[in-house]
Design a protein around this ligand. Structure first.
Ligand code: A3P
Length: 296
């Protein structure tokens, strides 16, 4: 697959692969990455598959852990990482060998996902996070994971993020596509949540998701799942597993960084924030999406 080094205004580059203009992480460990990606829409789904769809850095690990516990009906730490069920880094054989019920996850657009999935109306859990916190989280992700070979500065990063010179393209396009999908397919079984809603009241969101997935359980179970998936507990208990998946620059995994709403205020200058707001209004004109940039 063609490797591309995307430069920012200062010339610092971020390494991705270019699939006909759609950028993906390099995932060097996959031998036939291009072939796998091109065949992905033809993979077979199962009726009880659940798919978590998010733009990167929107709380996918958190949701995957929650949904995995819910479908297994066990409030027990999941012994693998969500990357083992992430479509764009899997080979078809591994995908076919995952035991049911599968909790899959992906950041790619709906059109790249298995078409069989839509045909069977497999359930989707979709989550959004406010794009300023996503930008900060993505910057830290790009800075720490070796294969991006990225050492750009935050001051140049916001324009990179806005332009979509990152893996998976822009937050705006991703979010607008999902908004359209939900409007065009009102009968599709999809539940939408947000990182901010989960931070505001995790038990409430876990309860909603359990109901959507038709998990027969009591309140104590839902509380246990919520507690096990608290940021501090996950960071402590899942970091070691994450270390085996991505190569981290200083040897310490950074997947569980801060887990807050509003950390962007520690990163964006006033000018950056105002510019971002202007771009946001332009790009999201006509959209009903309303991210919460702060909880208070
Ligand atoms: P920060 O970098 O802002 O801390 P993803 O899983 O989609 O890659 O998203 C990663 C973001 O979710 C990171 O955000 C990470 O810290 C946060 N996160 C992961 N697990 C979490 C949890 N249990 N509770 C709250 N935030 C969590």
């Amino acid at each position: 697959m063609p490797i591309k080094k995307l430069p920012d205004d200062s010339g610092a580059t971020l390494t991705v692969v270019d699939l006909d203009g759609y950028y993906l992480p390099t995932f060097y460990e996959l031998e036939d990455h291009e072939e796998q990606m091109r065949s992905l829409p033809k993979w077979k789904a199962r009726d009880d598959d659940v798919m978590i769809c998010t733009y990167p850095k929107s709380g996918t690990h958190w949701l995957w852990e929650i949904v995995s516990m819910l479908v297994q009906k066990k409030a027990e730490r999941i012994k693998t990482v969500k990357e083992t069920a992430m479509l764009e880094i899997m080979v078809e054989e591994a995908y076919d060998n995952l035991p049911s019920p599968r909790v899959l996850n992906s950041h790619v657009y709906f059109e790249y996902l298995p078409q069989d999935f839509a045909k069977r109306k497999c359930k989707i859990v979709y989550a959004m996070r406010n794009p300023k916190d996503v930008a900060v989280s993505f910057f830290n992700h790009h800075s720490k994971i070796i294969e991006y070979d990225f050492s750009g500065k935050w001051e140049d990063y916001v324009s990179r993020f806005v332009k979509g010179d990152v893996d998976y393209g822009t937050w705006f396009e991703y979010t607008l596509k999902w908004e359209k999908f939900m409007a065009d397919n009102p009968d599709y079984p999809i539940i939408a949540t947000t990182f901010e809603d989960m931070k505001e009241d995790a038990l409430r969101e876990v309860t909603r998701i359990a109901k959507f997935l038709e998990v027969d359980c009591d309140q104590a179970f839902l509380q246990e799942v919520t507690d096990l998936c608290h940021f501090d507990k996950m960071k402590k208990e899942k970091n070691a597993l994450e270390e085996q998946v991505d190569g981290w620059k200083d040897g310490t995994p950074g997947m569980y960084r801060k887990g807050d709403v509003g950390d962007w205020k520690n990163w964006f200058t006033v000018a950056q924030s105002e510019n971002f707001d202007t771009v946001y209004r332009e790009k999201m004109k006509g959209s009903k999406v309303q991210p919460r940039f702060t909880l208070r």
